[in-house]
Design a protein around this ligand. Sequence first.
Ligand SMILES: Cc1cc2nc3c(=O)[nH]c(=O)nc-3n(C[C@H](O)[C@H](O)[C@H](O)COP(=O)(O)OP(=O)(O)OC[C@H]3O[C@@H](n4cnc5c(N)ncnc54)[C@H](O)[C@@H]3O)c2cc1C
Length: 378
Amino acid sequence: MIEASNPVSIIGAGIGGLTTALTLKQHGVPVRVFEGAPVLKPVGAGIILANNAMQVFRQLGLAEKIAEAGNKISQLKITDAQLSSLSVADLAVYERKYGVSNTAIHRGELQRILASALGYEHIELAKRLIKIEKSGPFHLTFEDGSTASSAVVLGADGIKSVVRKQLFSENTIRNAGQVCWRGICPLSLPEQYQGELNEAWGQGRRFGFVKINEKQVYWYALANATYAHTEVDRLGDLFREFHDLVATIIAATPREQLITSEITDLKPMQKWQHENVCLIGDAAHATTPNLGQGACQAVEDAYVLGKLLTAGTALPDAFADYERLRKKKAHAIVKSSWNIGKLAHLDSRVGVWLRNTLLKSLPAAANKQQMDMIFELN
Ligand SMILES: Cc1cc2nc3c(=O)[nH]c(=O)nc-3n(C[C@H](O)[C@H](O)[C@H](O)COP(=O)(O)OP(=O)(O)OC[C@H]3O[C@@H](n4cnc5c(N)ncnc54)[C@H](O)[C@@H]3O)c2cc1C
């Protein structure tokens, strides 16, 4: 039994930490979230919440709010650089099956919805964990010199998790050899692109874009690491062989808001929990973004913990079951996403031709099998 006087400590107020906190709170488990950032600053990027995450948000009573703040996506298209389709995934069948839709949304908007549903009084800002030790309860030390003691800790502190680094033995971050730029621009897309995510695959680079609300488009561009030195002002040049719409989107984006990141993941690790401490989201199973599932898998983590609580398994006894139930799917996504990233970034003309020819000839059933697996909750 978790006492109100000694709540579960969740490190990190990202999508994983906030969704888990909300789930536990709804099950009557007292929580407090320690976030390193001094403010919950809206990140200047969008995110696609796939059907699996939206099913969880419906259970949490948030699906409608998220759908209203975002934009429904009914098709996922892989295209060539000129936006001619190579592969189309129709999501309507899952909308009918599950009653929710893939939704593209501004990350800041999603964070606001989650934090207000949880209640800001449960979130302590500017509490960057620098040390965690177990001496009976966990002893937490923060960057500002303050400390806290907690019987149960959830590490939702992202791919560079301090909780993982200090309390777990497996800690291999892998670099995929790709660089990514993300941005949001004020633009109205041509009608044909408004309800779909398009990802254009070129030679050693790709460009994705999606409408996130009536006024804004979220886009991401990836290139092999050899292009990592590209100045953001020259991004348009890097994508000059792409359809004109790509240049329009890049030109419409304020440069200072662009986010540049290396693409990394966490080598699948076997142990996500022990002795009253448990990892959630990217801290446990960070993936490359090629299947758009990193945050969705964090949301599924929260769902499974919630399901175990509903079935009467109290925290922290639920942690071992959670690890067992979640590992297979989360690891399958890490692996598949890594492989897709390699295929998307072939850098020779022949390789690109072969890849595109193969993609065009693949039966829809090949895509469907993977989506069935991803969209079905654990
Ligand atoms: C280019 C790109 C595109 C992506 N697109 C998608 C997508 O479309 N759909 C999708 O589902 N996923 C996507 N992802 C993945 C997604 O962003 C992550 O999987 C998701 O944000 C993980 O959530 P999290 O809460 O586990 O970790 P994070 O989002 O990393 O949150 C961790 C939180 O912990 C805080 N923190 C970190 N260290 C400490 C500390 N020591 N003390 C206290 N607080 C700390 C951080 O400030 C942060 O708030 C994408 C990723 C990338 C890189």
